[in-house]
Write a protein that binds this ligand. Structure first.
Ligand code: TRP
Ligand code: ZN
Length: 452
């Protein structure tokens, strides 16, 4: 029997990300945060964790394999039995000498410890991703491949799981995380508190986030849909940040009408006292740094919210097709303006975007260093506007809604989008998408009269 590429799930941009034949269904991580050092390593900012993973095999394979960065793995068990551990180059292999069978499920427990640090994952953006320490405080920004800086996971958006986070911190610190706070109780040691967060829906590993610090929390509901909103701002600075995000409820309502119901049980933003340089759509809890938190225009606020549908509920199956995230979130900014402001002419705005972006290259299959570049965002948005003006509003918005409803909590490809678009338009759109996504030069935008 041959096992192809055991190190990764087969992503052409991140060949070591994820693991072939593995479906991680649930990850329950219980960890202690020791800002002063854990008494074992003595190093401040240490994390000691026990992760319990429910895994289902989707293929026969030797060993069970996960992505873990520089954390030190102390021991592991499969179904209650201690197993051999090999950990090299971010790949954790358990019980390599055993054959595991397709269709079988196993419970895996991994104990690990260390001082989590951001990973330089070679994304051309040259940014470090993952766990970001701020002295006693910390937060997580992982896109695309930083989750293994602190989690044991199948680190690829094609395998989502329920990540339950149980965190014990000294009493003077607070915790916010993706999902909903289920329990807050005195911790096992004196002067500690344990916080347990769990999301209703599965999350791609890169969108799981936690922050430890001191926060001002707000609670609200979207006016029409009633979606629960909770924001977390740096302590004492609510008055500065709250106005920037005041339209969140109205945005949730508008996007719910355009795309279908908000996909998760709660939404909000976390503003961290750091300079990250970009915002990130962590699932149910988008992340902003203080600079963006103060100066983000409504476009950025809207953009991260729109990712909850496009990127989070529907995730990319291949990182090279990230236009399915960024093009959609960028076009959503224009849809919001169109809904909101009667004097906004979306055709005029897109024509201007086209002129400014006339030089932008193809986006259908990008390289690592292009993933967060302007082409993916701007040509991606233009592709959607051109599609709308080609098939008409009725087919276009029906497509967005069907896309979101059909693939909820799953991972998607461009090919699936092209197929669905062609079905709804009642004709093949291969040539249209080939031109917009893969040809060097951008096609002209369709001109009026437009079909309805
Ligand atoms: N996905 C983020 C957004 O557009 C942006 C982002 C994530 C990013 N990681 C990045 C931008 C790295 C530049 C570099 O909402
Ligand atoms: Zn984005």
């Amino acid at each position: 029997m041959a096992f192809a590429n055991l190190d990764g799930v087969g992503d052409n941009l991140y060949p070591r990300a994820g693991n072939a034949g593995m479906d991680v269904v649930q990850v329950d991580v219980a960890f202690d945060w020791y800002p002063e050092g854990d008494g074992v390593t003595g190093v401040e900012g240490t994390l000691g964790a026990v992760a319990t993973l429910d895994v289902k095999l989707t293929a026969d394979r030797p060993g069970l394999q996960f992505d873990v960065g520089s954390m030190h793995v102390r021991s592991a068990m499969i179904d209650g039995t201690v197993v051999t551990v090999s950990h090299t180059d971010g790949e954790l292999v358990l019980a390599a000498e055993q054959l595991f069978h397709r269709g079988d499920s196993h419970r895996v427990v991994v104990a690990y410890v260390g001082r989590p640090e951001p990973i330089d994952d070679g994304t051309g953006a040259e940014i470090a991703v993952g766990w970001h320490g701020l002295g006693e405080h910390s937060y997580v920004a992982s896109e695309p491949s930083g989750a293994s800086s602190w989690l044991v996971s199948n680190d690829h958006p094609s395998d989502k799981a329920i990540y339950r986070l149980s965190v014990t911190t000294p009493d003077h610190l607070e915790v916010v995380a993706t999902g909903t706070l289920r329990l807050r109780q005195p911790g096992p040691r004196p002067a500690t508190t344990t916080w347990i967060f769990e999301p209703r829906d599965p999350i791609a590993s890169y969108l799981v986030s936690i922050a430890i610090g001191r926060f001002d929390l707000t609670e609200d509901r979207a006016p029409r849909t009633g979606v629960a909103i909770r924001h977390a701002f740096p302590e004492g600075r609510m008055a500065e940040f709250a106005p920037v995000f005041a339209a969140t409820g109205a945005m949730i309502d508008t996007l719910s009408e355009l795309f279908g119901p908000y996909p998760f049980e709660v939404y909000g933003v976390l503003v961290v006292d750091d300079s990250l340089g970009y915002a990130l759509e962590n699932q149910t809890l988008s992340l902003f740094d203080t600079d963006l938190g103060l100066n983000a225009g409504s476009a950025t606020v809207l953009h991260e919210l729109a990712h909850q549908w496009f990127g989070n509920s529907l995730s990319v199956a291949r990182w090279s097709e990230i236009w399915l995230n960024e093009g959609f979130a960028t076009y959503a900014e224009a849809l919001w303006a169109e809904q909101r402001d009667p004097s906004y002419d979306i055709d005029e705005a897109m024509a201007e975007k086209w002129r400014n972006g006339a030089h932008l290259g193809p986006i259908g299959e990008v390289d690592r260093h292009e993933m967060f570049g302007p082409a993916v965002y701007q040509r991606g948005a233009l592709t959607l506007h051109a599609l709308r003006r080609t098939v008409g509003d009725d087919a276009f918005f029906a497509l967005l809604q069907r896309w979101v409803a059909t693939y909820r909590n799953q991972s998607v490809t461009t090919a699936q989008f092209v197929t669905m678009a062609s079905d709804l338009a009642g004709r093949g759109l291969d040539d249209f998408f080939h031109s917009w996504l893969y040809e060097e030069t951008m096609a002209p935008l369709p001109q009026p009269p437009f079909p309805r």
